[in-house]
Design a protein around this ligand. Structure first.
Ligand SMILES: C[S@@+](CC[C@H](N)C(=O)[O-])C[C@H]1O[C@@H](n2cnc3c(N)ncnc32)[C@H](O)[C@@H]1O
Length: 389
């Protein structure tokens, strides 16, 4: 059970005495092996404050990876889980650079603290008093108040919202089950410039959003789909894929770019585009920009005679209609040892198939199984890792 912080805890943790006691607890290992001993020692030294002190230090240690900024965070376990990872928060803040902003669901302020570093005047609010108090500590350059996001309490500033994506303890893609519900949030701020962060899997086509829909991935995993109101959208852009990497590399592609691509048989490479590109419906736009084309018009795998810089690719060694016996023979011929299986447009259990194919050689290969027209085809490939841009 996670520790339940109170307003009194937050006040103490922010005080000079709290800071000193946090420093002392930060010297403890607090590992799974030492925790029981550490808790006993902390109780002797810090009395009733031990729980809040230990939980804060443990959460700060976890926050280093996700929030990547060296800040004396005050956090709750749930709020850390919901917090926007720093590279994604920075990307949003850079798009809003210099503007006055009101983050109406600021939680402990992971987004807010970054917005405050990039924005003009920045306000944060949350309905939860403990989280709002923590945000005031974490984002000292912002004005933080407790407020209901459905009752506007600012004027003119761009509204940023990140409704919670858990309803009844379960993840949801239904906009009306977000907390606060997306339709209510949009109605409450109808005449404002607005950015709303939603779950990556939200059905944005069903929303009929009039502005820009941006799908963001971080290190290959799709993290969020954000709705940007028309006044904040890129010129002529209604769909954008933004690809971020923690090493600072990145890419963006929009539907304002051309999407004309040739229909040709496979080239030397197969490229599996980043999930943000697929989710944003920009596979053809990406292919056109990179000089690639599709293996099949209904399938998101791309092919071409080169591998775009910074992208993982599969160099084609052989192609065969997908049947297990000839595929097994082909893999043996290519000395396949460890095998990665990628499949689209065909129903396959990759783990079960790998067990049946029994590769016993020495090379690491991949098999891309894809329906081309009506026939499932298998491409035996050599996977090549992404290289820096
Ligand atoms: C997903 S979290 C936001 C995380 C934040 N963007 C960050 O990076 O730290 C959603 C927040 O919305 C808040 N919330 C839920 N309903 C609200 C409402 N009606 N008004 C204001 N805040 C609300 C929750 O308390 C929670 O802190």
């Amino acid at each position: 059970m996670a520790y339940e912080f109170t307003l009194d805890d937050v006040e103490f943790l922010r005080s000079p005495r709290g800071t000193e006691e946090l420093d002392l607890v930060d010297h403890m290992p607090l590992s799974d092996q030492t925790l029981v001993r550490d808790i006993t020692a902390a109780r002797e030294r810090h009395g009733d404050r031990a729980g809040a002190l230990i939980e804060t230090i443990r959460l700060r240690r976890r926050a280093r990876v996700k929030l990547d900024v060296d800040r004396p965070w005050l956090l709750t376990a749930d709020a850390l889980e919901q917090a926007t990872p720093a590279p994604v928060a920075r990307h949003r803040a850079q798009r809003l650079r210099g503007l006055d902003i009101h983050d109406v669901t600021c939680s402990i302020g992971a987004d807010l603290s970054v917005l405050a570093e990039h924005g003009g005047r920045v306000i944060g609010s949350d309905i939860d008093p403990v989280r709002a108090a923590m945000a005031a500590h974490n984002a000292p350059d912002a004005l933080v108040v407790r407020a209901d996001a459905l009752v506007p309490c600012s004027r003119d500033a761009v509204v940023v919202a990140d409704p919670a994506r858990r309803a009844d303890g379960r993840r949801t893609h239904d906009p009306s089950k977000l907390v606060p519900p997306l339709p209510d949030l949009l109605a409450a701020h109808a005449n404002r410039h607005l950015v709303v962060k939603c779950a990556p899997g939200i059905d944005y086509d069903a929303l009929g959003w009039p502005g820009e829909v941006e799908v963001v991935s971080l290190d290959g995993g799709v993290r969020e789909t954000s709705l940007w109101s028309p006044g904040l959208a890129g010129t002529g852009v209604s769909r954008r894929a933004t690809i971020l990497r923690t090493d600072g590399a990145g890419d963006t592609i929009t539907d304002a770019e051309p999407d004309g691509i040739p229909e040709r048989p496979e080239g030397e490479w197969i490229i599996d585009p980043d999930g943000a590109i697929v989710r944003a419906g920009l596979v053809r736009h990406y292919a056109a920009r990179e000089g690639l084309w599709q293996l099949d018009p209904r399938i998101a795998y791309l092919t071409g005679d080169h591998r775009p810089t910074g992208t993982r690719g599969h160099r084609i060694l052989a192609r065969t209609p997908f049947r297990e016996k000839p595929l097994r023979a082909l893999l043996r011929h290519h000395d396949c040892g460890s095998l990665e299986i990628l499949a689209r447009g065909v129903r396959i259990d990759p783990d079960a198939l790998r067990r049946r194919l029994k590769p016993t050689g020495t090379r690491s290969l991949s098999v891309v199984i894809v329906r081309i027209g009506d026939s499932p085809e298998a491409f035996v490939c050599e996977p090549v890792a992404a290289t820096a841009r």
